[in-house]
Design a binder for this molecule. Sequence first.
Ligand SMILES: Cc1ncc(COP(=O)(O)O)c(C=O)c1O
Length: 423
Amino acid sequence: MYIPPPLSVRRNKLSIENFSVESLAQRFGTPIYVYSENRIRENFQRLKNAFQKYYPNFEILYAVKANNNPAIAKILADEGSGMDVCNPAEIWLSRHLGMPKSKTLYTGNYCTDEELAYGAKYCDRINLDDIALLPRLLKFGKPKVLSFRINPKIGKGSVKTNVFAGPEAKFGIPIEKAMQAYAAAKKAGIKRFGMHMMTGSCVLEPDYFEKITGILLDEAGRIARRLKIKFEFIDIGGGFGIPYRPEEKPLDIEKTAQLVTKIFREKCHQFKLGNVTLMVEPGRYFVGDAGVLIGTVHMIKESYQRFAGVDVTINHLVRPKMYGAYHHIVVANKFRKPAKYPINICGSICDSGDILAKVRPLPKLARGDLLAICNAGAYGFSMSSQYNSRPRAREVLINDSRATIIREAEKIEDLFLRCKPTL
Ligand SMILES: Cc1ncc(COP(=O)(O)O)c(C=O)c1O
């Protein structure tokens, strides 16, 4: 019986902290996203402690795009995280959460002038995705600290279409042109520098992080030496993976931290880079396994195959359609029953890809059963849409014995709120 966090069995019921999944469904209705505050804090602390003990000059930015609910971002801010923000909306959110300008890093890509101006106004640290953005940014003033996003020509993703660096990626400055970028920035009078990359997505192998850190530091070393500039931070990005499938092992964060900080230290020493801040910007690692999407089975259909219709659709969780992603499903009211009845789990959207799980062995399903769709905390709600005129789901945050609605479900009227003429 595989029950991933934050689910556990309490008083013989499948639960999230002190609440049974059944009681949550009864109280808040379905579909609902439920997040465990304790799990988010544990995930943050685990990563922070692992790195900080080997390399105290360590900074974490939460990648808000993984889950932009203000209550979730606030938990991470309370833990001491800064914020990786990628557009004016995320900058706006960080400001409204009281995040100091000095604790954000604005990493846009293919930015408009309006976006650059907003970033320049509200963030001390700007990370540019292309050299051509430099003169455009400078129209709005010099940032306190300037960084470039470097594409080190390798990338890795659990899903083919989710690779953030490498020869085919739209992101970053090719590593061969990094020197040119920093030379231009120095010539423009910039005095404080950082360096950044974001290469992987949901990576579970510690040595991958070691490898990319080594590549980036070699380049930082060459640049610092040739241009006589000093790097204040080097940001190795996010991409720290979580297991989605029962057979996958969690990322060994201790080993990752050990390998990364060792090579980071060695290279800093080799190139006399000084005491540079090592920075990371995870999203999924903090919130991915803290969230569960709960839905109700409302019909069973015997067609050429068996289908269970649930009130969760791909407008709530698009990852299965978009990436062919696997999300483990536990049947909350039958979690002890053997999973030996293969069935397709589908939503009610008029889209052939509205399948959350294909031919998945589960306990025999019936109308009224409750499904807990696991690992839905990252890129779940944040990628949800109103496709097929479907309102987005409610979000609930659990902290021990407290359950709080942190985003109301949309209503039908909300779908047409900004239409003209008003309905
Ligand atoms: C620039 C940047 N940083 C950080 C992240 C977070 O990635 P993850 O959630 O895989 O840690 C992303 C994800 O798209 C990103 O684009």
